[in-house]
Write a protein that binds this ligand. Structure first.
Ligand SMILES: Nc1ncnc2c1ncn2[C@@H]1O[C@H](COP(=O)(O)OP(=O)(O)OP(=O)(O)O)[C@@H](O)[C@H]1O
Ligand SMILES: [Mg+2]
Length: 310
């Protein structure tokens, strides 16, 4: 790995009775695009807020951009762009005015302001909307404007908390094109997301569960660690089908996605034949039976299911 830009040891945050972040050891290299995933309440937001210097540490240590989080959290802020999960723009201000407002908060020199706002407007493809009030932008545009505001002081580290949640797929893709560009230009990005296709675009992914970092690896490696192969069946009778086949020998795990039944089996082709036979025998209609590549989604659900059954 290149030089680390973020490093934590035993990073812990307690809120009265809740242990939100539990002894996190995390090292992030300069220029990484790091994805943070985990179920609701896992501790993603708390982790990001700790790294942004917005919360005090209960225990442990952390260094961000060379600064000690315990002693120098104020100095960290100018190197960081933090986009909160509930990011609020100034709805009565226009797109341009929002950018100018954040430029002032972050002490962007007046001389640089025009050039930077123009560059960010282009970057976020908002130039033609620069006079529109933030309240009148689409959800996707608001997110892009929020990101542009987060970038106004040219931070070298970006901490983005579910920046695309609730955004339509096209805007999500546009947003990620921007992130990829920033990543290619050397910005270090940590982004939390509920979308597994987004996690798949990260250089590494950390899975947080009940405040602990359970897995931390490249998407490729995380998928590789899932034992066996995946077979898929599409059926309206997925509940019946699942019950029938999930305990067959060779079937390691069953997951359902709408009417898609995904079965982790020790051997793809053998499993396909065996399950086809079992379903046919019981008269369960299905289509689209195939051996399918393992996606982040399955790897993630599999890990969570194992943790929940412990
Ligand atoms: N200010 C706070 N006071 C008390 N408890 C808190 C506070 N902030 C977070 N928590 C608790 O800490 C735990 C972790 O919350 P956190 O917001 O970090 O989770 P998350 O992974 O971001 O969840 P989500 O996916 O729902 O955004 C939860 O149990 C939450 O209720
Ligand atoms: Mg959160």
């Amino acid at each position: 790995m290149t030089d680390s830009i973020i490093s934590t040891t035993g990073l812990t945050k307690n809120f009265k009775k809740t242990l939100a972040v539990d002894a996190l050891d995390l090292t992030i290299g300069s220029g990484e695009l790091f994805g943070l995933v985990g179920p609701d309440g896992a501790g993603k937001t708390t982790t990001l807020r700790l790294l942004a210097g917005l919360l005090s540490l209960s225990e442990g240590d952390a260094t961000v951009a060379g600064y000690d989080l315990r002693k120098e959290s104020e100095s960290i802020k100018k190197h960081i762009g933090y986009m909160a999960q509930q990011f609020s723009l100034y709805s009565e201000l226009s797109v341009l005015e929002n950018l100018q407002f954040f430029a002032e908060i972050y002490d962007v020199p007046r001389k640089k302001m025009a050039e930077r706002t123009e560059k960010l407007l282009q970057f976020a493809r908002l130039t033609e909307f620069k006079d529109r009030r933030a309240a009148h932008l689409s959800g996707g545009m608001q997110k892009k404007l929020a990101l542009a505001c987060t970038l106004i002081h040219e931070p070298k580290i970006l901490l983005l908390d579910e920046p695309t949640t609730g955004v339509d797929p096209i805007s999500r893709r546009e947003f990620w094109d921007i992130l990829t560009n920033l990543h290619l230009n050397g910005t270090t990005i940590i982004v939390s997301t509920p979308y597994m296709d987004e996690a798949d675009r990260c250089s590494r992914v950390g899975l947080i569960y009940e405040g602990k970092l359970i897995v931390c690896d490249t998407p490729r490696q995380i998928k590789k660690e899932l034992p066996g192969e995946m077979v898929e069946f599409l059926t309206n009778e997925w509940q019946k089908a699942k019950k029938l086949v999930e305990n067959l020998p060779g079937v390691l795990e069953a997951q359902t996605y709408g009417e898609a039944l995904h079965l982790l089996v020790d051997d793809g082709n053998k499993g396909l034949a065996q399950i086809t036979e079992a379903l046919t025998k019981k008269g369960i209609k299905f289509r689209g039976a195939r051996v399918a590549p393992i996606r982040m989604e399955e790897a993630f659900i599999s890990l969570i299911q194992k943790l929940e059954n412990k």
